[in-house]
Design a protein around this ligand. Structure first.
Ligand code: NAD
Length: 256
């Protein structure tokens, strides 16, 4: 029970990595606030947590909406008496080289992946600063450290999240708030399933993804959730402003 008595807000917990993390954090004793635009998915995560005996509250929230984020944080703090952990996990992905990315796709991706983190942090930080305690986990990606074909807007957004994490850590260390980033490789979630299905040859796309990870496999959402648990818990008390790679060797391993 590594998160006993804690409250964790997880954005995008209605699917994939966010849902797995919500279930794991709840099993470790945390009360979970699921903030997602997907009401069906968010309610399903909440129901699964309650089914395993945990506490969960779904709040419909679009992270691109400043007022929505503020209201979500207020409801979360009111329901559970504070917020200990914020996992900025919600994200979307565009595809294409820079000249192929339409302006509205670029704008939307930056709004969800970068501005969304800003809104949610801005809404939650006052509760953490007041108590001089908290842990923030920002979802970046291994792609922030590499050049990958046809992922210009996504890479730019996840690089911004990684840089923001480092800057935030300096500003909030005096408040005893730790801010770290997760950098997953390719994890089998609906997010990646959509990306694979959109490619010309889905089978070849999966094979290429497997090849570039030393594990030879796609990662599982649970494997990222375990890393998020480490960053959320006191076990990582000396980890500050750091990127944590959960990528099957994608970034540092090279098969040439
Ligand atoms: P997913 O699509 O399964 O889940 C994303 C969730 O975010 C969904 O429930 C969706 O409704 C929610 N969401 C989207 N826009 C939102 C908004 N504006 N406000 C609130 N919620 C919103 O995706 P996933 O694979 O679980 O990805 C989760 C995060 O991990 C994303 O930030 C993604 O960029 C990142 N990531 C994923 C992978 C991967 O391979 N799956 C790798 C690296 C990083």
């Amino acid at each position: 029970m590594r998160l006993q008595g804690k409250t964790a807000v997880i954005t995008g917990a209605g699917s994939g990595i966010g849902r797995s993390t919500a279930l794991l954090f709840a099993a470790e004793g945390a009360a979970i606030v699921i903030a997602d635009i997907d009401t069906a998915g968010g309610e399903q995560t909440a129901a699964e947590i309650r089914g395993q005996g945990g506490g969960a509250l779904f709040i419909a929230c679009d992270v691109t909406d400043e007022d929505g984020a503020t209201s979500m944080a207020a409801q979360a703090a009111e329901a559970y008496g504070g917020i200990d952990v914020l996992f900025n996990n919600a994200g979307i992905s565009g595809i294409g080289a820079l000249h192929e990315v339409e302006p509205q796709v670029w704008e939307r991706e930056m709004r969800v992946n970068v501005t969304g983190v800003y809104h949610t942090c801005r809404a939650v930080l006052p509760y953490m600063m007041e108590r001089r305690s908290g842990t923030i986990i920002n979802m970046s990606s291994s792609i922030a450290e590499m050049g990958v074909a046809a992922r210009a807007s996504y890479t730019a957004s996840k690089g911004a999240v990684l840089s923001l994490t480092k800057a935030m850590q300096v500003d909030y260390a005096p408040y005893n708030i730790r801010v770290n980033a997760l950098l997953p490789g390719t994890i089998l979630t609906p997010f990646v399933e959509r990306y694979v299905q959109a490619s010309e040859d889905p089978e070849a796309a999966v094979a290429a993804i497997k090849r570039r990870q030393l594990s030879g496999e796609l990662g599982r959402p649970q494997q990222v959730a375990q890393a998020a648990l480490f960053l959320a818990s006191d076990e990582s008390s000396f980890v500050m402003g750091s990127p944590l790679y959960v990528d099957g060797g994608l970034v540092f391993g090279k098969q040439v």
